[in-house]
Ligand binder design. Sequence first.
Ligand code: 13P
Ligand code: 13P
Ligand code: MG
Ligand code: MG
Length: 372
Amino acid sequence: MSVKTTVSVIKADVGSFCGHHIVHPKQMEVARECLEKAKKEGLINSYYVTHCGDDLQLIMTHNRGESDPKIHELAWNTFIEVNERVSKELKLYAAGQDLLAEAFSGNVRGMGPGVAELEFEERRSDPIVVFMADKTEPGAWNLPLFRIFADPFNTAGLVIDPSLHEGFVFEVLDVMEGVSVKLKCPEEMYDLLALLGTPGRYVISKVWRHDGLPAAAASVSRLSLIAGRYVGKDDPVCIVRAQHGLPALGEILEAFAFPHSVAGWMRGSHHGPMMPVSIKDAKCTRFDGPPRVVALGFQVTNGKLVGLYGDEPADLFDDPAFDKARAMANEIADYLRRHGPFMPHRLGPDEMEYTTLPQVLAKLKDRFEKAT
Ligand code: 13P
Ligand code: 13P
Ligand code: MG
Ligand code: MG
């Protein structure tokens, strides 16, 4: 057992209320029951159950390290239990959507759920932000994570704080080939950007400070690549540590003041703006979107999550300072929606491979004649 603390955020869409809209409160109740039991048994130190749209989120702390089979099994069994006792019982929409494997086999990675885990030695004080998105893919974090850890126009500390000045190392995963590369910023910034600009393929999985201090971890699973067909979007999560030689809380949040365009939205097939919202607004409506991101702030103290009011964390986008980003996201949503079925609103042909579009195109195949 390690003296280090591990934060594990494991999430899945196991069915939702009224379409791909929102997790049902009874689903969260059952998830809390499962995690409370695991806490009493001493497997985890603390937990917080929440949702972002139709994705059920388990945020846990423990001392078992990253990729621990017992922690992953707990998450998997929790999702199964929620699915059996609530999703199926209430006939919620797309019950069990992300549970792609028949049975648990040691690690939930590759089985459907999304996982972000970060093991670290607690500092004098350890503020963390847990980001959770709905209606998008893991590459959606590329732009904000780059801004937070490598862009001095976003993060003032990169310029003025000597402990950040030497930069950060990014681990980037090629989700098509299953290989990863570590690149150091600022030295290799242009190489890094050459990859990150293709967010459907190259995805940031980890960030460390230049001296190896763990700074951020993101989920990387692409459901369509696991299943070979469209099952819903991945709706990724990400953990970012703040302050004391890492970007300040406000530098971390600043990266979301621009609602950048991400892939996802309706049927996982459209580009749309990422709208930063409070938990109460984390429910997709218009054209199943626009894609949303929430940010919860915790202190990690002696191995446990500490909230603001009891267990409740800070709901960081519940702030008029993000009204403008939300208004801009609505403007962009209008602009893109007016393209209807045309690119660049609809995704390009590579990404559409995993949707139901190829079935439609196959029907037309024999009707094409040689052009004269
Ligand atoms: P339905 O065929 O159930 O309408 O699904 C469409 C959809 O929302 C894809 O996720
Ligand atoms: P989720 O990925 O959130 O389940 O949404 C899927 C979808 O098809 C929305 O239109
Ligand atoms: Mg869904
Ligand atoms: Mg979702």
